[in-house]
Design a protein around this ligand. Structure first.
Ligand SMILES: Cc1cc2nc3c(=O)[nH]c(=O)nc-3n(C[C@H](O)[C@H](O)[C@H](O)COP(=O)(O)O)c2cc1C
Length: 253
């Protein structure tokens, strides 16, 4: 709400969208949206929600931290990922920002990367992403520091123009803000969310521009994943279907 007020004060128009106002069903993994290229059969508000948020010029996403991670309501939206490419902005990323709210400094490592995964999956670029500390409902409103940061970040987001990543040292992934890295070999690490490789140095992780600009969620890589992986599983699955059903019957109680 604060971000929206600030955006309006800066001349933007906008709307506050609460996930709780949308009925979102669980993906049942039928694969028909991809394999048969038909609309999702679930009777809910998913398309209505995505039509709204994907058409925004800028998005400010906020969510509480639940058990180190995002709340289930956001995960339910994200689990319909196979439907998301139709909303993916293929030109230049539009700006988005995420603020995770949580009580404890060391209890939130999956929150921002997963919020940002959702934004990246829609083709947004993450301008900034941070935590505001607050243990109880609404307590975040007592944090002057948090409020001031949101105000200045909203101004920054509204004037943001896309430019490719430059090589840099950072303690988080510059694409999704994850601080969790998978060790590949020696001093080489990889961001599990963006698949961006980096080299550990004394003062942080060194990210090469080429790697940053070729992260998992670029339009080309998203298309490649759908065309050369997800769609290619269709024929194998169809070929194996009889055998899968036989096995199912065998293990039925
Ligand atoms: C079920 C539950 C789990 C929570 N887990 C965490 C947690 O893992 N880490 C954390 O920092 N805060 C945790 N919290 C605190 C919430 O993040 C905090 O109450 C909430 O973000 C306040 O946001 P609000 O002002 O939007 O209601 C949890 C709260 C609830 C209700």
């Amino acid at each position: 709400m604060l971000a929206l007020k600030e955006a309006i004060a800066n001349g933007a128009t906008g709307e506050l969208v609460y996930l709780k106002d949308y009925k979102i069903e669980e993906c049942d993994g039928c694969m028909n949206c991809v394999f048969r290229n038909i609309p999702c059969h679930l009777d809910d508000d998913w398309y209505k929600l995505l039509n709204k948020i994907s058409s925004a010029d800028a998005l400010f996403l906020s969510a509480p931290t639940y058990v180190l991670s995002i709340p289930g309501s956001l995960k339910l939206v994200m689990d319909r990922y196979l439907l998301m490419p139709q909303y993916f902005n293929k030109i230049y990323p539009r700006p988005a920002m995420s603020v995770g709210i949580g009580g404890l400094a060391d209890w939130n490592h999956f929150e921002l990367p997963l919020m940002n995964l959702f934004l990246l999956g829609l083709g947004f670029g993450i301008v900034d992403s941070f935590y505001a500390r607050a243990a109880g409902p609404g307590e975040v409103l007592l944090s002057n520091e948090g409020i001031e940061r949101i105000k200045s970040e909203v101004k920054f987001m509204l004037s943001w123009k896309y430019k490719p990543f430059e090589s840099r040292i950072a303690s988080h992934c510059p694409v999704c803000f994850s601080t969790i890295f998978e060790r590949i070999k020696g001093n080489k690490y990889k961001c599990p969310v963006c698949a961006v490789e980096s080299e550990q140095q004394e003062d942080g992780y060194y990210f090469l521009a080429d790697n940053l600009n070729n992260h998992r969620w670029t339009p080309d890589n998203v298309e490649d994943h759908f065309t050369n992986w997800i769609l290619k599983t269709k024929d194998r699955f169809k070929k194996n279907l009889r055998q899968i059903n036989q096995q199912k019957r065998k293990f039925e109680l």
